[in-house]
Ligand binder design. Structure first.
Ligand code: SF4
Length: 449
């Protein structure tokens, strides 16, 4: 069932394919090598879960699908075709739905890509990580830069015009020059990708890298170099016309990953497959991590069902929403929670605005019949009383001297209060500034109530 205009509630689907050819040394994702028989059983169970769950989501329209892993491209293409056919026939799939599949270089050929394109996959995410074969070997990747070039060219030939490439910085032995060279090599492909995800290596517990790091044997770049890599990513990609729309994600205009934006905006999504997480009408849950349990009963493996309190929803709204450079939608907050964000987080917001880490933007022309200008003229000091308070205490601006100085100071404070109030009342978004994005974890942690 296809639907061009989605009059129903929106829902995103995620499919987890937990197979890889071998484990990369830094990876803590739920993935492992699997033989043909295990893959066959797993895909059968995934199909059963997908088809058997359809009636639960009859009131929703599927706006995006993400097939991730693991390495979905190590599974025979016919299973993907069957899976997408099951979604098409049992769910209401929006005509313009974004359908992404993750692939790794060296695991896809032109023929398979043509079939995937035909089956409806319209976006590919290719895990490259580095354009240097020595670095790829050091982190345990299975492919070379040359294999990436082949896969990328094959994807273009197969008609994929929306491709993401994953890159990593902070790899063992990596220098700033080698990192930026990787970036440049990707950008000098004959038709560069529409989207680039640039993550910094995180040494996760339980990985081979963690053991090495603990033993002092992992030669990763120091903090300063890591920061330079991060800064260079922003500079180089901006110069090439990529807009940074999330902390680590850059896209050409109109090529932002709609599925991931859905996560950050807390849209409903359902995950299928082992360990897959879901958020449905403010309840978070997850499938079992046990492969055998899942294979035996794919429709009965939900665990960790957690209805979110209003406070938890508000926290998520902020710490997920602030990941995007656009920031959180102030009106959406008000619509969802029945109060203004400033009423809940006023102190934190004002503090971070003063520190230059947050900013309001997207000023509305008119709010509740009053323009910004009306407010500036109409709101006196008294009417603001109690709304903008700690700014006064901390500002240190009231230095009483002679009468004219005092009046001048009072006027400045009044104007700033009006400015702040106007920002809070009329702005469409509250977002991290450039500086705030650099220390996003620090700012976002402050929104945990
Ligand atoms: S290919 Fe991806 S999922 Fe698989 S082991 Fe490597 S990083 Fe992990």
């Amino acid at each position: 069932m296809k639907n061009r205009i989605c009059e129903k509630k929106e829902l995103e689907l995620y499919f987890h394919i937990p197979f890889c050819i071998r484990k990369c040394y830094y990876c803590d994702f739920l993935s492992a090598p699997g033989d043909d028989e295990t893959k066959r059983h797993y895909m059968k169970a995934l199909l059963a879960e997908t088809a058997g769950s359809a009636s639960r989501y009859a009131e929703y329209c599927i706006t995006s699908i993400f097939i991730g892993g693991g390495t979905p491209s190590v599974v025979p293409t016919e299973y993907m075709e069957e899976l997408l056919e099951a979604v098409r026939s049992r769910y209401r799939l929006a005509e313009e739905a974004e359908i992404t599949m993750e692939v790794n270089p060296g695991t896809v050929r032109r023929e398979a890509l043509l079939r995937l394109r035909k089956a409806g996959v319209n976006r590919l995410s290719i895990g490259l990580q580095s354009a240097h074969n020595e670095e790829l070997a050091v982190i345990g990747r299975i492919h070379t830069w040359e294999q990436f070039e082949e896969s990328f060219a094959a994807a273009r030939e197969a008609g994929f015009d929306n491709i993401n490439v994953d890159l990593m910085s902070g790899l063992p032995g990596q220098t700033l020059f080698f990192y930026t060279d990787s970036l440049r090599k990707v950008l000098s492909l004959s038709r560069p990708p529409e989207h680039i995800s640039a993550y910094s290596l995180i040494v996760e517990e339980g990985t081979p890298f963690y053991k090495k790091w603990k033993g002092g044997e992992l030669d990763i770049p120091d903090e300063d170099t890591d920061r330079l890599m991060y800064q260079e990513t922003k500079t180089i990609l901006a110069r090439e016309g990529y807009r940074r729309y999330e902390i680590s994600n850059y896209a050409k205009e109109g090529y932002e990953c709609r599925h991931n934006c859905g996560y950050w905006k807390r849209k409903n999504y359902i995950g299928f497959g082992i360990g897959a997480a879901s958020l449905l009408e403010n309840v978070r849950f997850r499938n079992s991590l046990q492969l055998n349990g899942y294979l035996a009963n794919p429709l009965g493996c939900r665990e960790e069902i957690q209805p979110l309190s209003t406070q938890e929803q508000m926290e998520e709204f902020f710490f997920l929403g602030l990941r995007m450079t656009e920031g959180i939608d102030c009106r959406e907050f008000e619509k969802l929670f029945g109060c203004r964000a400033e009423e809940v987080y006023g102190d934190v917001i004002r503090k971070n605005i003063r520190d230059g880490l947050l900013r309001y933007h997207g000023q509305a022309e008119q709010v509740e019949g009053r323009t910004s200008e009306d407010r500036m003229q109409g709101d006196g000091l008294d009417s603001n009383k109690g709304e903008i308070t700690d700014g006064d205490k901390d500002s240190g601006e009231l230095l009483y001297g002679d009468r004219s100085r005092r009046e001048e100071n009072e006027k400045a404070v009044r104007e700033r209060k009006n400015r702040d109030r106007n920002g809070a009342d009329c702005a469409l978004y509250l977002a991290l500034t450039d500086r705030g994005l650099d220390v996003s974890n620090y700012v976002m942690a402050q929104f945990l109530l």
